[in-house]
Design a protein around this ligand. Structure first.
Ligand code: DO4
Ligand code: MG
Length: 282
């Protein structure tokens, strides 16, 4: 089932029907068993037509987040390790990416407070002090306050490769700035773990022309999703749960950098498409 957040209520798509749920988003999603909770709610909630639902999705869609922090894991795929090693070759820092790829402890970093997060159809920024910028298409998890994965969502971990490549200590600046994180368009809530055969794809357009596309599956991830969630929750409590991006497996060629007005589409099978347009901070 799919759960969207809109300014008119929370929209649940379940067994080909749309239901409008009211109430607090955080309380709605932070459930020990979100799939069963939403299944039960669908039995008692207002059903709306497909036309009414489409109109809500087209005009009132919000980023599907409440008070949750967004975290991210890095270097979870060989492709990501290789790209970081290339970009930091001249600074002698390449070795740290090899080591974290092999290590028991994963790379985890804080990505965004909720008010900085963009949703589907909204802008994401590139930094004005960066020369080399990319989107990072990632499967993201919603993990409840008990540390259990309850839902899946598409994530875009916008990144400055020039700042990250200059010095690994600049990672927070390469990764955290206004509108550097996007999640959407909805939570996929299923009663079993997402299949590793699930496909993930990205397309980047400039003036309507395709500049880059790539597709793969989740199967090449070095770590398990439960392992990443476990490390995040090891020494931290999240009262309303947390979002965790799980790392990128697709990187555009080194000569590519994003420009203002580029359009980035990231799709994950079973979830949908997350579309964002590239902007500069005003
Ligand atoms: O180590 C830098 C960031 C890694 C990352 O964001 C990724 O692998 O997706
Ligand atoms: Mg990333």
């Amino acid at each position: 089932m799919h759960l969207y957040k809109t300014s008119q209520g929370h929209l649940l798509y379940h067994q080909k029907n749309y239901f409008l749920l009211q109430g607090d988003w955080d309380a709605l999603i932070n459930q020990a068993d979100l799939f069963h909770h939403l299944t039960q709610l669908s039995g008692t909630s207002e059903k709306i037509t497909g036309e009414a639902a489409t109109s809500l999705l087209n005009t009132n869609l919000l980023p599907p987040i409440g008070s949750q922090e967004v975290w991210a894991a890095g270097v979870t795929y060989l492709r990501s390790r290789n790209a970081r090693m290339e970009e930091s070759e001249d600074t002698g820092a390449a070795d740290c990416y090899q080591r974290v790829y092999e290590a028991e402890r994963p790379e985890l970093f804080f990505k965004s407070l909720p008010h900085r997060v963009s949703g589907h159809g909204q802008l994401v920024n590139i930094r004005k002090d960066s020369k080399w910028d990319v989107p990072e298409p990632e499967l993201a998890l919603y993990i409840n306050s008990l540390g259990k994965i309850q839902a899946y969502i598409i994530g875009n971990d916008m990144s400055s490769r020039s700042i990250e490549g200059e010095n690994p200590l600049y990672l927070p600046q390469a990764k955290m700035y206004e509108r550097s994180a996007a999640i959407g368009p909805c939570l996929l809530v299923i009663d079993e773990p997402i299949a590793l055969t699930t496909s993930i794809a990205i397309t980047i357009y400039r003036n309507g022309e395709k500049m880059f596309d790539d597709a793969t599956t989740l199967a090449n991830m070095k770590r398990t999703l439960n392992e990443l969630a476990g490390w995040l929750f090891k020494e931290m409590d999240f009262e309303t749960g947390a979002f965790l991006m799980t790392g990128t497996c697709m990187v555009p060629p080194n000569e590519f950098t994003l420009k203002q007005n580029d359009v980035v589409n990231i799709s994950i099978e079973g979830i949908g498409v997350l579309t964002n347009t590239i902007a500069l901070k005003k």
